[in-house]
Write a protein that binds this ligand. Structure first.
Ligand SMILES: CCCCCCCCCC/C=C\C/C=C/C(=O)SCCNC(=O)CCNC(=O)[C@H](O)C(C)(C)COP(=O)(O)OP(=O)(O)OC[C@H]1O[C@@H](n2cnc3c(N)ncnc32)[C@H](O)[C@@H]1OP(=O)(O)O
Ligand SMILES: Cc1cc2nc3c(=O)[nH]c(=O)nc-3n(C[C@H](O)[C@H](O)[C@H](O)COP(=O)(O)OP(=O)(O)OC[C@H]3O[C@@H](n4cnc5c(N)ncnc54)[C@H](O)[C@@H]3O)c2cc1C
Length: 593
């Protein structure tokens, strides 16, 4: 903290980048404190509550996390069972875990690190339930860090990754907190127990929207780091003869290796720009919301859900491709890639399980489609839904940005229409609304992925057409943008061709273009990963070192393995030697027989 003050880091983004650089391999045990707990106090507390608690949080006098998920519920927030019952006699809320399934389970850093939590609980006052609300709860003694009486707290045990985060469980037994510990910016409970409801019940969910926006940037960071490691290693690694009798080739010169890695390099750039675009949209709409203008809240929620799900799914798949493209050494922790994967793959689940998040976006698209069919105006990002689906592609050899964006718009508009028509057909067959929805959710997921893909392609093209970039850089970035878009079409050709949007010649053009772009990008591939400027300390990779001294680094890494601390391991004396002695004795016995 003091070091960040000395360095003058004021913005939370800069502080987060510094924290990651300081602790690159394991996630910080304070990530949730800084990324979720403090910002939620700022955004969901009254001005008085913020003035009181935010300085304590920012100075780490109070260390907190966000405790919402329970053993029995994570996705379905309205189904959470923890209760907060107002007691007007004592002006307190009584927090309780009434059932086994109501035990808070998963909250990060709750096991051993934090002394406070923001707890999501069902609010009861005057005998009535008003739904889930957030409460600031002290969970450990500020003097000796012991667990407060009335609480049971512990660690949930080993996980796939996230080893730097002590995810825990927490059980309340009639635990009392002051009335003023309910975050009351939007909803209130008065001294007499009267409940003042918020303008929109989902304002309480604002912290999740904010983190989903951050996670889009995390998807970029993790995929780009894996791409840096894999591309640099592919430049160093020589294997097999490309030309019979010639020297062993750089594996980066195999077309298959380029087809694995260069689209992921292009995706990394696309996701960086998408994360920046998403952050700008979030900043604008969240400030409108804080001023009481909730008009664009559904659009923000839908975009944040969709991009969080789309980008984490693609990033995790891409990181695995990067790992496998490094052969055996990719499977070693020496590569740094397994840790990258293990720490980000949870993002497909936390802050909203990806399928559920995609369905939130799908629900929004379904409503917009109906509005579009009625001729109502639509937000700019959704206006493509009224695209004339009878139009065919004008794509030519140049694969222009305009023709590519038109293709993605057509694909998304067509797929949303297909899903919506299935939903409407289900209703006409007499299905209840929720069944008609559920029986069309598979095509809605596909349509929503197409919607997110369009956002990312269009955003990339827009930035290249608007930003002043020197010609040489613009040329290389245009190659990456074209590769990202053309590769996405080639890999999903069925969705683009289903209604004959492309003709056979155009399909051939696209298949030729994606291979030609690999050759165009090959000379700049290493420079394009170096441009991310990740220091070796951050990558923690023997394969992705800037100096390319891979084998020296692997040898040193291996020698440092703890198993090498002794020549003969104790397992020889405890198990191997007794087993061998027993075998030889039994052999002597059989020989005598
Ligand atoms: C620079 C600093 C960087 C710091 C980075 C730090 C990063 C730290 C790393 C984080 C790592 C781990 C932390 C993890 C934390 C967690 O996981 S916290 C728990 C997260 N849990 C969830 O996300 C639960 C997901 N479930 C939900 O969001 C909702 O329950 C769901 C939306 C799925 C459904 O809710 P329902 O109440 O059933 O709502 P529904 O009927 O579907 O919709 C009703 C209506 O409400 C609208 N809606 C729903 N949610 C929101 C929202 N958040 N905002 C706005 N509107 C919302 C929905 O669209 C519907 O609207 P409609 O008009 O009726 O269609
Ligand atoms: C690494 C990690 C860190 C976490 N940190 C925190 C934390 O700090 N604080 C916190 O409160 N929580 C935390 N969580 C919990 C996390 O928020 C939940 O796990 C997440 O919200 C998913 O909810 P769930 O576990 O109930 O999954 P479920 O919703 O039970 O998912 C199971 C399956 O059901 C499907 N499903 C569920 N609902 C629907 C639906 N309506 N339609 C279609 N399919 C559906 C899902 O798609 C999924 O395939 C963390 C989780 C992880 C993995």
């Amino acid at each position: 903290m003091d070091r960040m003050e000395e360095l003058g880091f004021r913005s939370e983004t800069d502080r987060q980048i510094f924290r990651e650089a300081a602790a690159p391999v394991e996630l910080s045990p304070f990530g949730l404190h800084s990324g979720m707990f403090v910002p939620t106090l700022e955004r969901q507390g009254t001005p008085e509550q913020s003035r009181k608690w935010v300085p304590l949080g920012k100075s780490f006098k109070m260390i907190g996390t966000y405790a919402q998920t329970e053993l029995g519920h994570g996705t379905f927030i309205r189904g959470l069972e923890t209760t907060a019952t107002f007691d007007p006699e004592t002006q307190e809320f009584i927090l309780d875990s009434p059932t086994l399934s109501s035990i808070k389970y998963w909250p990060g850093n709750v096991a051993k690190t934090v002394n406070h939590c923001l707890v999501m609980a069902q609010l009861y006052t005057q005998g009535k339930c008003h739904g889930t609300h957030l409460f600031l709860v002290q969970v450990r003694n500020m003097e000796d860090h012991t667990i407060m009486p009335g609480l049971e707290i512990g660690d949930i045990g080993p996980k796939l990754g996230f080893d730097g985060v002590d995810n825990g469980f927490m059980r309340f037994n009639k635990y009392r907190i002051p009335r003023m510990n309910m975050l009351m910016r939007y909803a209130k409970v008065l001294e007499n127990g009267d409940y003042i409801k918020p303008k929109n019940a989902k304002l309480t969910y604002g912290a999740m929207v904010m983190i989903r926006v951050f996670i889009v940037m995390d998807a970029f960071k993790t995929l780009s780091r894996a791409a840096v490691i894999a591309v640099r290693y592919s430049a160093v690694r020589r294997q097999s003869e490309l030309r019979p009798g010639g020297e062993e080739a750089q594996v980066m010169d195999y077309q298959t290796q380029q087809y694995k890695l260069f689209p992921l390099l292009a995706t990394s750039y696309a996701f960086l720009l998408a994360a920046e675009g998403m952050s700008q949209i979030y900043a604008k709409i969240s400030s409108d919301i804080e001023r009481g203008n909730l008009e664009d809240m559904p659009q923000l929620h839908a975009l944040a859900c969709g991009l969080k799900a789309f980008c984490t799914w693609v990033a995790c798949e891409g990181i695995e491709v990067c790992r496998m493209s490094c052969g055996g050494h990719g499977y070693s922790h020496a590569s740094g890639i397994p840790k990258i994967y293990a720490n980000i793959v949870g993002a497909c689940t936390y802050e909203g399980e990806n399928t559920v998040m995609m369905l939130q976006t799908a629900r929004y698209l379904s409503k917009c489609y109906i509005r579009g069919q009625r001729g109502e105006s639509l937000p700019e990002l959704i206006q493509y839904l009224t695209t004339d689906l009878n139009v065919k592609s004008t794509l030519g050899e140049d694969c222009s940005f305009e023709s590519l964006v038109a293709a993605y718009s057509h694909r998304a508009a067509r797929m949303v229409a297909v899903a919506c028509k299935l939903q409407q057909t289900n209703k006409k067959k007499g299905m209840a609304g929720h069944d008609a929805w559920n029986k069309s959710t598979v095509p809605f997921i596909a349509a929503t992925k197409a919607h997110c893909h369009l956002f990312i392609v269009r955003n990339f093209v827009t930035i290249l057409s608007q930003k002043k970039i020197d010609p040489a850089t613009h040329n290389v970035l245009s190659q990456l943008c074209t590769l990202y878009a053309v590769y996405g079409i080639v890999e999903n050709m069925g969705e683009f061709m289903q209604d004959g949007y492309f003709n056979q010649d155009q399909v051939s053009i696209l298949n030729r273009k994606v291979l030609a772009l690999l050759e165009d990008i090959r000379p700049n591939a290493v420079a394009l990963v170096d441009a991310f400027d990740y220091p070796d300390h951050l990558l923690q990779s023997c394969l992705g070192r800037y100096d390319g001294q891979v084998y020296e680094a692997l040898y040193e890494y291996s020698k440092s393995s703890p198993l090498n601390n002794t020549d003969i391991h104790s397992s020889y004396y405890n198990y191997i030697r007794p087993m061998m002695q027993k075998r030889s004795e039994s052999k002597n016995i059989s020989a005598k027989l």
